[in-house]
Design a protein around this ligand. Structure first.
Ligand code: 3H9
Length: 693
């Protein structure tokens, strides 16, 4: 018997169940039913063993996430797994690609597992705010031991097939064709009369686990995961494997899974999963838009940013020129790159051979002539319009007509830059985040004349260099930095009104942000914004906090001067509250005629984050972001926004836009038109709708 997604066939004495549900063989209801039917067919057939294999690019990559949050459809996954484990003939999982989540749980229900060496196996549910919910938390510890299972389940990181073989998770590595290898392995099991190994019946790896192990892990998680609940749920479930009989452990797993599944945190993480993928889609750029091959790239400017960008290409195996104006600057840039790679080698995350390969792909040059054959060039020179224009004129003169010319500007008008060239359709913005070799986000700035091919190619390049890309329009600060202004503005005003930097930072850190706005300012350097403010001036009639300027006038530029909003000991990045900063705040508040008051944590959170949300709504309405979920992607991957909050727009939805809107109206009454609510927010609030649907 077979259905349209799962088929059963016979190869000699072995039955073969094949799942074929592109793109990732997710375990939707039809697949679950097909698995049960396949096992039933094998039971009836005169076969001696069964191989479970998948077509396409991967073994089953998990439950079908699109089914979550909807009414359950029978059969569930549990009966399907019971039928596999309960089969009277040995069932062998044949794994390629990624056996993830429910996919690995299927494999763990089989009696044996074989895999190609390149396969990966893992339980990534924690990344969706979940725990493995089909026996993964009970079976994996029984195979690899409690400690290793805890590591895999609470981080969600997969392991390679070779390691899985060493840990007993994979029984046989297959070279060459997987089906042939799996059939041969199945025959061997039959010939050797090996037993039906039911993992649920094993307990030698979980029995007698020291309870202190869980206490230690919980105490570590309390410190590191802050409000993120799923890792702790994982520990609870694995503990059940070590303390309860299998059937009771399964019940406990179910309870925890349901609780996690129904939480806002899991909804938020599932939102981000789909948001990340949706961000790749550009409504007016069809998916068959021709992509230009980028065989050779170039980066202009060997500073920290340029060097980081060049590393991205080298890491992806794409040769890249790195140009600067003097040998000294080039040497300095290459020195930093080499140090970065050496650091990764020292941590054991890169081999010396791979480092040497990457370095050989980065080709320093002093001449624009080197660029004449490159397919893409990214400019990362000083953030000054005149300098950028000069650079683009030179590039226009030397680069081949099909070359994509990108600017890494974080603030400047990409259309104005494009206008100095003879081919504005080839010009685009690629806004990397610092450090560019580490940060995942790439804002792809679509100019008014950027061609669809250039846009589609740039999105493809982003994938190649392992960035999470989101398309943004040309406006001051694009999406991310434009939103950070009102956030930082409110943080600054809160100081004048009664809070201290450590209060504001604590509230936002506890909320889950990677760091609060003042610690972030110290890390980025306070002098850059100060110089821009001095140059641009402050708009007349607008409230402006002078505290940040006063710090800079005092030579407090942040971590680089060991003092900014905080003090830093030599060589340390730990912020230490500084009484002299408090004195400056009190002085400036008095000069501004503000009577300081006690400010609640709730107000700190609302003032900072609602400012972010309101600006996001303006951006959306003005069309500078394609969709609300793109804004969430930008904040999650570029600004340290906690993934389990789902980004600012999802978070606002989860609170209720009516509540957010009403609070913003109150702020407007108290603080003036900086808090004018975005019309889109007003409209959605009144209609009872959400940003993210
Ligand atoms: C689970 O298993 C719970 C169980 O323990 C218990 C249940 C009771 N479902 O990422 P890509 C789509 S939780 C539905 O671009 P890649 C994806 O949206 C699950 N759809 O490809 C995209 O669609 P579109 C545990 C899914 O090659 C398309 O497939 N498993 C699912 O870069 C291609 O995806 C996971 O968390 C899914 N499970 O990466 C694994 N997975 O083309 C989640 C993908 O319309 N998946 N899609 O945009 C992944 O990590 C990656 O997709 C994978 C492939 C590594 C597999």
């Amino acid at each position: 018997m077979s259905n349209q997604l799962v088929s059963y066939s016979k190869k000699g004495a072995i039955g073969v169940i094949t799942v074929d549900n592109p793109p990732v063989n997710a375990l939707g209801v039809v697949v679950r039913k097909g698995l049960m039917d396949g096992i039933a067919s094998a039971e009836k057939d005169d076969v001696k063993a069964v191989v479970l294999i998948c077509a396409g690019r991967t073994f089953i990559a998990g439950a079908d996430i699109t089914e979550f949050g909807k009414p359950p459809q029978e059969p569930g996954l549990h009966p399907a797994l019971d039928s596999i484990e309960g089969c009277s003939k040995p069932v062998i999982a044949a794994i390629h690609g990624t056996a993830l989540g429910g996919g690995l749980e299927v494999a763990l229900s089989c009696h044996y597992r074989c895999a190609v060496a390149a396969a990966k196996l893992g339980l990534p549910e924690v990344k969706l705010g979940l725990i493995p919910g089909a026996g993964g938390t009970q079976r994996l510890p029984r195979v690899v031991g409690v400690e290793q299972a805890l590591k895999m389940i609470s981080t969600g990181e997969p392991i390679g097939a070779k390691e899985a073989r060493e840990r007993g998770l994979v029984d046989e590595l297959v070279e060459g064709d997987l089906l042939e290898g799996a059939l041969a392995f199945a025959q061997k099991i039959v010939d050797e009369k090996r037993p039906l190994v039911k993992i649920s019946a094993r307990d030698e790896k979980v029995k007698g686990t020291d309870p202190k192990l869980f206490a230690a892990i919980r105490s570590g998680l309390n410190k590191s995961s802050r409000g993120f609940e799923a890792p702790m749920h994982c520990v609870d479930a694995v503990e059940a494997a070590a303390t309860l009989p299998f059937a009771e452990g399964m019940k406990r797993e179910r309870e925890i899974f349901v609780k996690a599944h129904d939480s806002v945190q899991s909804r938020a993480q599932r939102h981000i999963f789909f948001a990340e993928r949706a961000a790749n889609k550009i409504p007016d750029v069809p998916s068959d838009t021709p992509i230009m091959p980028i065989k050779h790239a170039a980066v202009l400017g060997a500073g920290t940013m340029g060097g980081g960008i060049a590393m991205n290409f080298a890491n992806a195996g794409v040769p890249v020129y790195l140009l600067d104006s003097s040998q000294e600057l080039i040497d300095k840039g290459i020195g930093i790159i080499t140090k970065n790679y050496a650091g990764t080698v020292a941590k054991g995350r890169l081999s010396q051979e791979a480092m040497d390969k990457c370095l050989s792909l980065i080709k320093p040059t002093l001449s624009y002539d080197s660029f004449k054959d490159v397919d893409m060039v990214i400019e990362a020179v000083f953030e000054e319009m005149d300098i950028k224009k000069e650079v683009f004129k030179k590039l226009d003169a030397v680069c081949k007509p099909t070359c994509i010319m990108a600017s890494n500007t974080s603030t400047l008008d990409v259309n104005e830059i494009a206008a100095v060239t003879s081919r504005p359709q080839q010009v685009i913005g690629m806004h990397f985040f610092s450090p560019a070799n580490v940060m995942k986000l790439l804002e792809v700035v679509r100019g008014a004349k950027t061609s669809k091919e250039v846009l589609a190619t740039t999105m493809a390049v982003a994938k190649t260099i392992k960035k999470v890309a989101a398309v943004v329009g040309v406006c001051d600060g694009f999406v991310g930095n434009r939103m950070i202004h009102p956030y930082a503005r409110e943080a600054g005003f809160l100081l004048e009104e009664g809070a201290l930097p450590q209060d504001v930072d604590r509230v936002l850190y506890d909320y889950g942000m990677a760091m609060g706005p003042f610690a972030m300012g110290d890390l980025a350097g306070l002098d850059v914004g100060w110089r821009i403010r001095k140059r641009k001036g402050v708009p007349a009639g607008k409230r402006h906090s002078k505290v940040a300027d006063a710090l800079c006038e005092d030579g407090r530029y942040g971590q680089k001067t060991q003092k900014g909003w905080y003090l830093y000991e030599q060589g340390s990045r730990t912020p230490v509250p500084d009484p002299s900063v408090e004195a400056i705040i009190l002085r400036e508040a008095e000069a501004a005629g503000i009577t300081r008051r006690k400010i609640s944590d709730e107000e700190i959170l609302e003032r900072c984050l609602y400012a972010l949300v309101n600006e996001g709504a303006y951006i959306l309405e003005e069309g500078f972001a394609q969709r609300a979920s793109d804004i969430d992607v930008i904040y999650t991957f570029g600004y340290g926004y906690p993934v389990y909050r789902g980004g600012p727009m999802f978070w606002a939805d989860s609170i209720g836009l009516k509540k957010v809107y009403e609070r913003i109206c109150e702020f407007q009454k108290i603080h003036g038109d900086d808090w004018k609510p975005a019309p889109l927010l007003k409209k959605l609030a009144e209609e009872g709708k959400t940003f993210t649907g």
